[in-house]
Ligand binder design. Structure first.
Ligand code: UDP
Ligand code: MG
Length: 337
């Protein structure tokens, strides 16, 4: 059950308010990050080739192999003579890095990002291109149906977007994933960002430009399971929050201030009671509770600082985001012997 919420509207020729329509698609690159998607990719590529051929004269599909251990590379190579380019990363770097590799390699004036697992239906691409032609710079597919997800994942998603959406100047919209069509100027803006911790959803929001949303319902995965376990999602969320907000640091300061004020008030009460009634040796419970509370708050605050320090450390090391293997067919003769 695939639908494009505004497909009727997206096919209209009217330019978007405040923008001029674009003539036609000169060249289109489709970037697909893949980790062990051989069977899904074998289903997707034939459909994609048909759709892209009908849309643009000049197109390419860039399959980024993110350290797959199955036949993903072989499947992509089988399609090499039909417009598919293969970029093999030297190991698994994660989807965010694979997307960055694909953006660096893409040559088209328009770049489409999509998953290789069949959850981003190629039928929706013409609607996206139509929106671009009407003046959108970044066309972003927004999933509307989350019923298939567990309640814990849905609550986590709510919480995450609540925590990261702190900046009024740009928004990270919930439900907007990596199924996007980007104009060349957006691609260049993303490539110019120097950071190592690539939280793409945040970077897409940060660069701005004219963003258009189209609703869709993702179909289930034909083969295999999602790569994102609850733990992986938590870790990605933490990266997102530390890379795009600094409120946890502020929260630690505020918490410290509140506790210090409370301690000051309680100290005053104790002093007055001592002067009125003298010293009674009790309060063991108070001491133990206060000690644990303070130790807990201090360790949490240290942890918050540590998370930010870890990000700074990653940035300072300045290692490349990803490494690409030499293309197999370009290997010099002596290595082929
Ligand atoms: N992926 C990747 N590297 C990874 C994990 C995932 O390139 O380390 C790719 C994966 O092959 C797929 C896309 O990212 O094409 C989305 O992954 P998945 O379907 O597991 O995520 P979900 O749809 O659950 O968000
Ligand atoms: Mg998927």
């Amino acid at each position: 059950p695939v639908q494009s919420g505004t497909s009727g509207d997206s096919l209209s020729q009217e330019p978007l308010a405040g923008s001029s329509p674009r003539a036609c698609v000169a060249s289109l690159s489709c970037v697909i990050p893949c980790r062990n998607e051989a069977r899904n990719l074998a289903l997707l590529l034939p459909q994609l080739v048909v759709v892209l051929s009908s849309l643009a004269r000049d197109w390419e599909i860039v399959v980024v192999d993110d350290g797959s251990t199955d036949a993903t590379v072989e499947v992509a190579q089988r399609w090499r003579d039909h417009g598919v380019r293969l970029l093999e990363l030297s190991r698994n770097f994660g989807k965010e890095a694979a997307l960055s590799a694909g953006l660096d390699a893409a040559r088209g004036d328009l770049v489409l990002l999509m998953d290789g697992d069949g959850q981003h239906p190629p039928e929706l691409i013409p609607g996206m291109v139509a929106r671009w032609a009407r003046g959108g710079d970044m066309i972003c597919m927004v999933r509307t149906d989350r019923k298939a997800e567990s309640w814990i994942k849905r609550i986590g998603t709510r919480l995450f977007y609540g925590l990261i959406d702190r900046d009024r100047r740009y928004r990270v919209p919930a439900g907007a994933g990596d199924f996007r069509l980007l104009d060349r100027q957006v691609v260049e803006a993303l490539r110019a960002l120097p950071e190592r911790s690539r939280f793409m959803k945040g970077l897409f929001a940060w660069v701005g430009f004219r963003v258009e949303h189209i609703a869709y319902v993702p179909p289930p995965r034909p083969h295999g399971r999602s790569h994102y376990s609850l733990r992986a999602l938590c870790s990605l969320s933490l990266t997102g929050i530390t890379m795009f907000t600094s409120w946890p640091l502020r929260a630690a300061s505020v918490l410290g201030g509140v506790l210090a004020a409370a301690a000051f008030g309680y100290g005053a009460v104790l002093a007055v009671s001592y002067m009125l009634w003298g010293n009674e040796v009790s309060g063991w419970t108070t001491i133990v509770v206060a000690m644990f509370l303070l130790a807990g708050v201090q360790l949490v605050s240290l942890g918050v600082i540590g998370e930010y320090l870890a990000r700074v450390f990653d940035e300072v090391k300045g290692r490349p985001l990803y490494l690409v293997k030499r293309p197999r067919d370009n290997a010099p003769k002596e290595h082929q012997r």
